[in-house]
Design a protein around this ligand. Structure first.
Ligand code: PRP
Ligand code: ZN
Length: 300
């Protein structure tokens, strides 16, 4: 039954800022992986799911061409591929199906520190170095700016120093690369994070079922990341105030405590970070015996 045809292939970045997190997320969805000797392929032992480890820029193409069913890749790469296809009159044959809330970064225009910059019109007539030609073309068009785009496949940040460009347009995450090259961000072109894309080619029912299951588990993994289970004791009279203090909690469970008159136990799942201050405020409101536990799995 488990022929190659019926196995789901997910393209993930081979080595880069998304690699570890992508694998980690899939493993937390219950996928057990063994990596091939050539390091380009991971076999899913307990699910019909395999990973292809590739360059991130190749992921939208692999999913578009139906070589892979799913891909985990930065929105910056997805957007660039989609716009590049559109600008050459073609349609992207993949859909963005899920945001993963990691790998946050932005595609920005940056200027050398000594350049006077007064808004996007300062880009008019200038040379901008980038690997994101389609995204930058689209941005300039939308803002009615006429500028020359200079293509760099990498090391875009050195273009101004080489005298090849006046500005650059590149990914910024920590900002360390810009700082090291005496550049400063002047415009944000795109906010990015890791996303899941799926091929437009219809999948067999059994494959689609697995895809849905994976997406639902990913959703569960994202939900529990910040979630905590809080248990505390409280006088019944303080319940309203205490409930209001519980961060991101839906209706808490209230259990009467044996032989302690007016006291109840309150249990709640909090979907936001629980800070020490929160606990101190709860205590001040009358809560005692406070316990905060991590949540391992959640299925809505
Ligand atoms: C990006 C970008 C910069 C760096 C910025 O490259 O081209 O070099 O990251 O990150 P920082 O603000 O944290 O210094 P990336 O590592 O994503 O490589 P790629 O574009 O070749 O995939
Ligand atoms: Zn890349």
């Amino acid at each position: 039954m488990d022929t190659t045809e019926q196995r789901i292939k997910i393209a993930v970045q081979k080595s880069g800022r998304l690699t570890d997190h992508s694998r980690d997320l899939l493993e937390r969805c219950g996928l057990k992986l063994t990596q091939s000797k050539d390091q380009l392929f991971c076999y899913g032992e307990n699910m019909p799911v395999d990973l292809l480890l590739v360059r991130d820029d190749d992921i939208p193409g692999l999913v578009s061409d139906d070589v892979c069913d799913l891909g985990i890749v930065g929105l910056n790469v997805v957007n660039e591929k989609r716009l590049a296809l559109e600008q050459s009159g073609k349609d992207a044959l993949f859909d963005q199906v899920f945001e993963l809330d990691f790998g946050h970064c932005r595609l920005s225009v940056a200027a050398p520190e000594d350049v006077e910059y007064s808004g996007a019109k300062s880009l008019q007539g200038k040379r901008i170095a980038t690997s994101y030609v389609a995204t930058l073309t689209d941005y300039l068009q939308r803002n009615g700016i006429d500028a020359e785009i200079v293509y760099f496949s990498g090391a875009v940040e050195i273009a101004p120093k080489l005298g090849k460009a006046d500005f650059i347009c590149d990914l910024v995450s920590s900002g360390a690369t810009l700082t090291a090259n005496h550049l400063g961000e002047v415009e944000t072109v795109l906010e990015s994070e890791a996303v899941v894309i799926q091929t437009r080619e219809p999948l067999s029912d059994s494959k689609q079922e697995w895809v849905n299951r994976i997406l639902q588990r990913l959703d569960g993994v994202l939900q529990v990341r910040e979630s905590k289970y809080i248990m505390l004791h409280a006088p019944r009279a303080a319940l309203a105030e205490i409930s209001a203090l519980l961060p991101g909690a839906e209706s808490p469970t209230v259990i009467p405590l044996d032989g302690s008159g007016d006291k109840v136990a309150v249990h709640a799942v909090c979907r936001e970070t629980v800070f020490w201050e929160t606990l101190e405020n709860l205590k001040a409101a009358g809560a005692s015996s406070l316990l905060v536990l991590p949540v391992e799995k959640m299925l809505a």
